[in-house]
Ligand binder design. Sequence first.
Ligand code: ATP
Ligand code: MEV
Ligand code: MG
Length: 397
Amino acid sequence: MIVNDCFISAPGKAILHGEHAVVHGKVALAVCLNLRTYLRLRATTNGKVCINLPNIDTFLSWDLDEVKQLNPHPCGQSEELNCLDHEIVRRLRDFVGVVDGKLDTGNMAILAFLYIYISLFGSGELPSLTMSVWSELPTGAGLGSSAAYSVCLAAALLCACGAIPVPLKETDHTARWCQEDLELINSWAFKGEMIIHGNPSGVDNAVGTWGGMLRFVVGKIIPLSRVPLLRILLTNTKVPRSTKVLVARVKDKINKFPSIMIPVLDSVDGISCTCEKVLSEMTSEPITGEHYNILEELIDINQHHLNVMGVGHPTLDTLCRVTLTRGLHSKLTGAGGGGCGITLLRPETDSLVVQRTAQDLKDCGFDCWETSIGGPGVQQHSPVSIKQEVLDILNKY
Ligand SMILES: Nc1ncnc2c1ncn2[C@@H]1O[C@H](COP(=O)(O)OP(=O)(O)OP(=O)(O)O)[C@@H](O)[C@H]1O
Ligand SMILES: C[C@@](O)(CCO)CC(=O)[O-]
Ligand SMILES: [Mg+2]
């Protein structure tokens, strides 16, 4: 294996507009968060592949001989981009003991790892290694934890097999890859997302890979460089949900009521495009209250549409109601059905109002914090550039 010991991180994301509609070819606007997933990959000599996922209490290890049997193409077969090798998936499902086709949290994470590991190393010698992942993101709450995990896996394993270089030089604290390498990381992360989500649009792994703010439509990724600084309050209702289940639910609804649901998706597309236009105006002319009024109205309309799609939740209604009593507008972010919501703060929103709103939301049993958006996508780290508490967790295994 080319890598001896390396640290990689990728950010989570918040979708401003376009969740679910983006799965059906509409525009989404997404930004990366300052919460990241960290991965450590170490070469070992014990003839085992070990995976430690403390966020989801999953610690497993297999003999390489056992894992080798899972590869249906020992002589190598080129992987098609953007689709999974169904024979590997079938073998992996049997191996991890998936019952009734249902994947739990641990199974999904293991399957995504083993899929990428076997596919990348399958035709040669499987390397003995230990991989540990720790995330600052809540798992399964709408902030792209699955994508941050998949992006880290893809980057680490692509480096390990030599498909992309290890970018960090001795004197660097952090380093990123060139555009071509990022595209490869993104395409393998998409496969991880396909295992976890079923039918992902690819927006989450694109933000995890490139960071910043993006406009995304059917695989076309446009980084938005001219965007105003937005203040966002993030709230986690702590209601667990699965993106895979929610994406399937929306698809069923579209199939059942196409003439009703397709206009809703078109309207969400209009919301994303209008929001993009307003954000761009805010960087080229003085920001006025009217810009914020429009952004707030778009949030309200989209939240209603998401309820129509069937991905709302009573706790998300509570979030919207509680923030509105303080004059602030909220919508769910990510797949919905619980999980997280975003609240737009205006530049003039007093810190006391923010504090009181956050307290109201905490009194409802939610977690709530102001966040900064934007920042780098996937990167390699030297240990000194990682917070001590994260390093302590990764070094424990
Ligand atoms: N830190 C982690 N360690 C291991 N597995 C993780 C981790 N973070 C996410 N996962 C995997 O991703 C799954 C959650 O993905 P899911 O897409 O449902 O939620 P999300 O990505 O947080 O939200 P959204 O897709 O709406 O943004 C978990 O069940 C687990 O399999
Ligand atoms: C719900 C969804 O639109 C966003 C999840 O963060 C799913 C996807 O785009 O893959
Ligand atoms: Mg996800």
